[in-house]
Design a protein around this ligand. Sequence first.
Ligand code: CMC
Length: 428
Amino acid sequence: MANTATIEIDGKKYDFPLVKGTENEIAIDITKLRAATEGVITIDPGFKNTGSCESAITFLDGEKGILRYRGYSIDEVAENADFLEVAYLLIFGELPTKEQNDKFHEDIKAESYVDEDVKKIIEAFPKSAHPMGIISSLTSALTAFNPSSVNVESEEDMYKSVVRLLGKMPVLVAWTYRKKAGLPLDYGDNSLGYVENILKMMFKKPNGEYIQNKVLVDALDKLLILHADHEQNCSTSTVRIVGSSHAGLFASISAGISALWGPLHGGANQAVLEMLEAIQADGGDTKKYMAKAKDKNDPFRLMGFGHRVYKNFDPRARIIKKSADDVLSQLGIKEPILNIAEGLEQEALKDQYFVDRKLYPNVDFYSGIIYRAMGIPTDMFTVMFAIGRLPGWIAQWREMRLKKEPIGRPRQIYTGATERKFVPVDER
Ligand code: CMC
């Protein structure tokens, strides 16, 4: 195969090198395009054809439905590892040894507290505040409580920041939930595992013990692993681009949380459950909602369906669907909206509109059903996704900084008014 691609503009030919990834993906390297052509740029709204970086963290083949973290298949990782092991793998590039793994767990536990003054910030939020807004603000506030910036070149400094973020985030999440639920803000229990601690910190009542349920602990651990990274999605690209200005790690991640909030991205898990409930309340007529989703004059979209990259089954959706079935059957929960979800899935898989556009259920289609079985309120679903995505954001931020990527600053094609004379206000 050729090593270059030739672009012809006005009869003049320009050669650009091709970049090949380890999985044989090919890109045209246009870094010299503007200089060589004296001003020509490319345009690609939504970056549907644009690679923003070379990355060694996550491989995704949307046509074949493949997802791998640092070379390990998502199925194998979800089956065999725990969330913090996966976090270590994503951030530092290799699975931890037993010793590294134990130390990583212990170091994160040691950081699982936040400054008491954070309570004052939480107290100031109105009851109506969405948890994603609160958690984004609190993550940004962590900068104020940890003002020294991370020296990304120093392994030790980076390690400290990683354990700090992974330790403190669940406390912030639990407090966000507890404030909304009217429960006292409480600390966790370092004798517990990471996921058990999250559940206890969220749900322990002041007047009783919190009894762990292994089914829920395992299901949440798996959900966090499935969400841990997904290469250059909207929130991760946000983290990288904010970090490319050399903004700090916590500030960059706070921006990523805001990007994740949107219903076309992580906010889809909340939107799916609300959609399923609305269909149920409207009599459960899935055909009516399929028709709405296909009607171009109707803004309704089938939430939890479709993906920018997957043009095949989202491999995470398969694992989550099975996990949802296991959780509901082991807990003996009859969940009527699961029937609605299954009905929609069956109809969509044979519907020409969905088949032609390669729209399959994505990771968010079934995750809400598991969150609901855990007693997590709908508006907290995306916050749970954010805990899961944290290692991916950190890994991508670190990689971007270590590679000394230049500041992200796209160009544009201007389509506004050409130069005109200013008219003073009394003459307009
Ligand atoms: N329901 C109905 N039609 C759809 C849907 C849907 N959920 N998704 C895409 N389409 C149609 C769309 O109208 C378009 O049709 P046409 O070619 O006739 O104009 C075609 O499929 C291509 O869609 P697109 O919007 O150009 O595709 P995109 O890559 O820009 O958007 C998406 C991807 C995920 C934003 C979109 O599929 C969507 O809005 N899905 C629903 C929201 C959702 O579930 N988001 C979660 C994504 S996975 C979690 C994560 O991001 O981390």
